[in-house]
Design a protein. Structure first.
Ligand SMILES: *Cc1c(COP(=O)(O)O)cnc(C)c1O
Length: 484
């Protein structure tokens, strides 16, 4: 089979009668089978599966796996998502038999180590972010947002203040922020960013009213810029009786240096799959722990881990809880990795990681702004946003540049986000890069800028070297073909 280099479709390679493994013949009596599966549920025609040898199947899937691209394969500077390298050792720790073989319904008396780990992770996240209490249940950042907003809603209900139904969100925000607010039953009002790319108190002022339940903010924001007026902003929201929610997706830029709790935030989610050592986009689970200040702690999901003289216990004793937001206790193995990462780096190591991430971003920003528009030309934090090519007579678009990068074996940065930058290219190198890699990325970006002038038509047809060329991404999302 398979004379061409790439994989062939399994059903095309199928040869009637060819087999891999033959399972033993069932020794159940037909009558017993009949009883197990009622005839109305039984197939009337045989399954139309391709007939292949075991080797054919192995080669097919191995070849397919080589067609994908991951952070272990090459540079992946996707902004807003922190595709950093995560130590493989942490995977081994999460797979230690004492963790791996636990059953979620095991009695508390024989899972004391796991409960202690959860307890310590909550305390550690609280220390890093300046919060008072945490839940580890949310499955990802967006789920943390929803949990936080439901907590805000429950507190408003208790105070008889349900008329507060507006959440303020900057126009640079990630789409999950307004989506979560709407899902929790709030209305969304957009706050414009200033020419400097941050929120100005004067622009916030006209939106303040007794109807405001709170503000959601990322700091640094999705332009990679630190919200310098944050203390004034959180104070303004508190003065009108609102709560301030910190979207922690960008904590990689400030961990160990600054704490959302000290900036005046009341709720914080973390994306463990961005900041704390779980591979992002690897197909496995993420985790979005949510931290709150003491006044909102009674609303946290149950059960909570509590420490008692008799050991650690699950406690459901929380009359004002919003209830459970996830089956069982959260994505435990992700939490093991996060805690191991934090303990292995220590506070100094975390500070070093975020300063290295910020340094790498500023290095790239400084070199790339020679050929690319930089709409907010200031020091950035862990990421920055370019606005397409400077010298661009042939009208080469950011999409063309992204496709062009694929031919150099680089995963493109985030494109066309945030929405407030035309032709946006959002680049986050992370701390886990070498200077050589940054320099070669700059050289590639310079070559693309050259090609945009010398051979723009060629660039507009890129990529040339990937298994598939340009796809209709809209159609792929709206009408996915999931089988052949
Ligand atoms: C990734 C991200 C989110 C959503 O987090 P998920 O873990 O993907 O649900 C929210 N806000 C910002 C700024 C992000 O980058």
């Amino acid at each position: 089979m398979n004379k061409k280099a790439g994989p062939v479709l399994l059903n095309q390679a199928s040869v009637p009668g060819r087999r891999g493994y033959l399972p033993p013949v069932s020794d159940l009596q037909p009558t017993a089978e009949e009883e197990l599966i009622p005839s109305s549920f039984r197939r009337t025609t045989p399954l139309n599966l391709p007939a292949l040898s075991e080797m054919d199947v192995t080669r097919h899937f191995t070849q397919l796996s080589k067609r994908s691209f991951g952070v272990d394969q090459g540079f992946y500077p996707l902004g807003s998502c922190t595709m950093k390298y995560n130590p493989k050792l942490l995977e081994d720790l999460a797979l230690l038999p004492g963790f791996r073989d636990l059953h979620p319904l095991q009695d508390e008396s024989c899972i004391q180590g796991a409960l202690r780990l959860i307890y310590e992770a909550e305390k550690t996240f609280a220390t890093i972010t300046g919060m008072d209490a945490y839940t580890l249940q949310p499955a990802a950042g967006a789920h943390g947002e929803l949990t936080g907003l439901l907590i805000m809603k429950a507190a408003l209900r208790d105070q008889g203040e349900l008329a507060r139904d507006i959440i303020l969100i900057p126009d640079s925000a990630h789409g999950t922020n307004p989506a979560s607010a709407a899902l929790a039953g709030f209305k969304v009002q957009k706050i414009p960013s200033s020419a400097a790319g941050i929120i100005e108190p004067d622009d916030l002022k006209p939106h303040l009213s007794p109807q405001v339940a709170g503000l959601m903010l990322t700091n640094p924001n999705t332009l990679g810029l630190f919200e310098e007026k944050i203390l004034t902003i959180t104070q303004m929201i508190h003065d009108i009786g609102g709560q301030v929610y910190y979207d922690g997706a960008n904590l990689n830029a400030i961990m160990g240096w600054a704490r959302p709790g000290d900036m005046g935030f009341d709720l914080v989610h973390l994306n463990l799959h961005k900041t704390f050592a779980t591979p992002h986009g690897g197909g496995g689970p993420g985790s979005g722990p949510l931290g709150v200040k003491a006044h909102l702690a009674p609303y946290l999901p149950v059960p909570r881990v509590v420490s008692s003289p008799a050991g650690f216990k699950w406690s459901y004793d929380a009359p004002r809880t919003i209830g459970k937001v996830k089956g069982f206790w959260g994505h435990f193995t992700v939490i093991i990795k996060a805690l191991a990462y934090i303990y292995s780096l220590g506070f100094d190591g975390m500070k070093q990681a975020s300063s290295d991430a910020v340094l790498a971003a500023n290095y790239l920003q400084t070199l790339l702004k020679e050929d690319y528009n930089l709409p907010y030309d200031r020091h950035c934090m862990h990421e920055f946003v370019l606005g397409g090519l400077k010298d661009n007579p042939a009208g080469v678009r950011t999409l063309d540049l992204a496709k062009g990068l694929l031919d150099y074996g680089v995963h493109p940065p985030t494109v066309y986000f945030p929405l407030i930058v035309a032709e946006a290219l959002m680049i986050e190198p992370t701390e886990s890069v070498t200077l050589d890699l940054l320099d070669s990325f700059v050289a590639i970006m310079k070559q693309l800028a050259d090609q945009a002038k010398t051979t723009p038509e060629k660039l507009k047809e890129a990529p040339y070297t990937t298994p598939v060329r340009r796809l209709n991404e809209t159609q792929a999302a709206r009408q996915p073909v999931l089988k052949w």
